[in-house]
Design a protein around this ligand. Structure first.
Ligand code: PBE
Length: 268
């Protein structure tokens, strides 16, 4: 097949996101695992900066390789593809799990039950994310989704009683997925009478906050691969309430017009 030298065109750079993200760590690992990626670098920034760079590249039909994940609005807005990963560095399908602090069930049983029952699908979270990417405030997008999906929300609150101002602190990271999910479950808890604080943190700090009980919960644990190292460090000190979403994925993502299918085919 004819070779396109994307390496030279891209300055041997993969557009990353926050340094603490699991997808960045995995992308860095690809530069060690794949011999053809020797000399490539993952440039970290933020999820927002990555999305801007991706949009600009697509406007100009230029090549770009980003650290990507699903669910994400970018797949609804643009024609994109994951590069095949024959070495399996990015792992298989992921779930997004809910983690709560030890003791939450005894101390705040209604919150625990709602968090335990919180479960939705990619199409749900993507519709919130797409709204936000189109400029709607996340609080507004979350409220609209809740209003349109009262049946689903009723399942999350099923069997719980309203409370009167019990404080709940949710930790999260400002990734598009987590901004959407945390705002939605936060508003559902608020509607049940909780006094909800949502606190954006670095990934490892989010895990640590729940493990040490400074935060009550988070709905942002990507397992088994993406946050494997955080789970190894903090897993024993948190309570895993299982998936709130199935079918998540991480990897290297490129515009569909790029003439490449596999990480293996990137030029050294
Ligand atoms: N993400 C979104 C995170 C998990 C959620 C894929 C950017 C990460 O890589 O850690």
């Amino acid at each position: 097949s004819e070779e396109v030298n994307y390496g030279e065109e891209l300055g041997y750079e993969i557009t990353g996101i926050e340094p603490g993200a699991g997808v960045v760590a995995a992308a860095e690992e690809t530069t060690e695992t794949y011999e053809n990626l020797e000399g490539w670098e993952v440039v970290t920034s933020s999820s927002g900066a990555m999305a801007t760079a991706l949009g600009e590249a697509i406007d100009n039909e230029e090549p770009i390789i980003v650290t990507g994940w699903s669910p994400h609005w970018k797949f609804q807005k643009y024609d994109l593809k994951y590069l095949e990963d024959p070495e399996g560095v990015f792992g298989e399908a992921e779930t997004i799990n809910t983690m709560v602090r030890q003791g939450l069930q005894d101390e705040k049983p209604e919150a625990y039950k709602i968090l335990d029952q919180f479960q939705w699908e990619s199409a749900d979270i993507e519709s919130v994310m797409l709204e936000v990417s189109n400029g709607t405030a996340v609080e507004e997008a979350a409220a609209a989704w809740i209003e349109e999906n009262s049946d689903k929300v009723a399942e999350w609150t099923d069997g719980t009683e309203a409370v009167d101002g019990t404080e709940i602190e949710l930790a999260y990271v400002e990734w598009d997925t987590e901004l959407a999910s945390t705002n939605v479950i936060g508003q559902v808890l608020e509607a049940q009478g909780f006094d909800v604080t949502i606190t954006p943190l670095d990934n490892a700090v989010m895990w640590q906050a729940v493990a040490e009980g400074q935060a009550d919960a988070m709905v942002a644990a990507w397992l088994p691969g993406t946050h494997a190292s955080q789970f190894e460090t903090y897993g024993e000190d948190v309570e895993d309430l299982g998936p709130n979403l199935e079918g998540a994925k991480i990897g290297l993502v490129v515009p569909a017009y790029m003439d490449i299918e596999s990480i293996e085919d990137l030029t050294p």
